[in-house]
Design a protein around this ligand. Structure first.
Ligand SMILES: [Ca+2]
Ligand SMILES: [Ca+2]
Length: 83
């Protein structure tokens, strides 16, 4: 799970950002990514550093995200040359 995935959907995205924003300068352990005791700029930087990163590919989130970005490139590269 990427650092910054607050809501646990295995990708760092807008849902995590909203949770962090909602807990801004509070001591919400769920949104306190670095464990400093407060939700502040450090946590925001961690989240932005991992923005749109997906976690464990076994869960399937990674391939779903790749559909929008790199599927074309991957399928071209993996196409069998001779059958
Ligand atoms: Ca998330
Ligand atoms: Ca923190």
């Amino acid at each position: 799970m990427p650092s910054g995935d607050i809501d646990g959907n295995n990708v760092v995205d807008l849902g995590d950002y909203f949770i962090l924003a909602g807990a801004w300068y509070a001591s919400n352990p769920a949104a306190d990514i670095d464990g400093s005791g407060w939700v502040d700029l450090e946590d925001y930087f961690l989240l932005s550093n991992h923005w749109q990163e997906a976690g464990d590919p076994r869960i399937g989130t990674l391939s779903r995200i790749a559909d929008g970005n790199s599927k074309k490139r991957v399928t071209t590269a993996q196409r069998p040359t001779a059958v």
